[in-house]
Design a protein around this ligand. Structure first.
Ligand code: KG4
Ligand code: ZN
Length: 335
């Protein structure tokens, strides 16, 4: 028998998602509706289109979730308050507030970046902090220390493009479809990851920079197109991004004196990265990352985050607003 069931709502970018999670670790339902087909013709997420699509779909998703669990069994409504697209966040928050008001259930906020880590808790319930986290997605590349629930220390982030954004931009340069990550991943399987050497910008410290690698690939491709295999270019770019991500992650771990590594975000679905993570395990690191469907945006991670908010008595007031620029470690209840 479950003690606490949380309904999660996630609409920060281009996935509309509603989930039910029991006791912060058991997924009862996780419905994720991707909008990618609507944004693909534009080569990226169109904010106005994203909020309109969330508005069209969210009620059906909530209805679907309620067929699994009626409102009187639900103990709280968790929702992403930031960061993300203003209009998209507003749709989720307005629905969450309404349900909280009508059903008289506590409203629980979630920081989307921190919530990605909770996707890992869902599959590894006995994972215990402290550990170093890497979030690598289309909008973010963040390195942080998870000290305990509710306590995070930002260690590094990108100075320009996010890792996923670099995949998307390089894919466009190579004439591959959007989103670029999966396309490059697939093409790279037929290429040599060590065929070419692209630069490692900002090698010092824990901040990232990906726009230099992207520009290097662009210039290289403009000069060598037709003379080199596209698979080798894709695989070499992918290998370099993975090398950079893991170099900074392991550096951060040794700096903080921990050997537990947790990864999440869309880029962590990358098959080359996942192979390299298995090698890190052989080198003695404890490494945790979600299965591919939980790497990308989903409401189950938001519900799991909300469960811990409820445990700590952090109920959000109905006056809470969206926070499009929310940062890791920033308290969305007091700001
Ligand atoms: O976490 P996510 O679904 O959305 C946010 O940005 O919050 O991440 C999407 C990003 C995109 O840039 C996409 O190209 C990238 O993750 N991605 C991948 C792979 N699958 C998705 N990047 C590399 N390899 C993949 N297999
Ligand atoms: Zn995300």
């Amino acid at each position: 028998m479950f003690r606490m069931i949380i309904l999660g709502i996630e609409t920060s970018c281009d996935e509309t998602s509603v989930a039910l999670v029991a006791d912060g670790r058991r997924i009862l339902k996780n419905i994720v509706l991707s909008q990618v087909k609507y944004h693909a013709p534009y080569g990226g997420v169109v904010p106005e289109l994203a909020s309109r699509k969330h508005l069209e779909k969210i009620l059906y998703l909530i209805d679907d979730a309620l067929s699994t669990c009626p409102p009187d069994r639900i103990d709280g409504i968790a929702v992403t308050v930031g960061p993300g697209l203003m209009g998209s966040l507003l749709v989720g928050l307005m629905f969450a507030k309404t349900l909280s008001w009508v059903w008289k259930k506590p409203l629980l906020g979630a920081n989307h970046l921190e919530a990605h880590v909770y996707a890992v808790f869902l599959e590894h319930p006995y994972l215990s902090p402290p550990f170093v986290c890497l979030l690598a997605s289309g909008g973010h590349t963040e390195l942080f220390l998870f000290k305990e629930h509710g306590s995070f220390e930002l260690l590094g982030s990108t100075r320009d493009d996010a890792a996923g954004e670099a995949f998307d931009k390089v894919a466009r340069v190579l004439g591959l479809p959007y989103p670029g990550g999966p396309a490059i991943d697939e093409l790279s399987n037929k290429g040599d990851p060590y065929a070419f050497e692209f630069p490692y910008p900002l090698e010092e410290g824990l901040d990232f920079s990906f726009s230099g690698i992207k520009t290097a690939v662009k210039l290289f491709w403009e000069e060598k197109k037709g003379k080199v295999k596209i698979e080798d270019v894709a695989a070499s770019f992918q290998r370099k991004v993975v090398e950079v991500l893991l170099d900074k992650l392991t550096k951060a771990a040794s700096l903080k004196g921990v050997n537990k590594l947790v990864l999440s975000g869309g880029v962590v679905a990358n098959s080359f990265l996942r192979r390299k993570l298995e090698e890190l395990k052989e080198k003695g690191f404890e490494v945790f990352y979600p299965s591919p469907p939980l790497c990308t945006d989903n409401a189950a991670m938001v519900a799991a985050y909300g469960y811990h908010e409820l445990l700590r008595g952090r109920i959000a007031p109905l006056t809470i607003t969206v926070k499009p620029d929310l940062e890791i470690g920033e308290d969305f209840l007091s700001s």
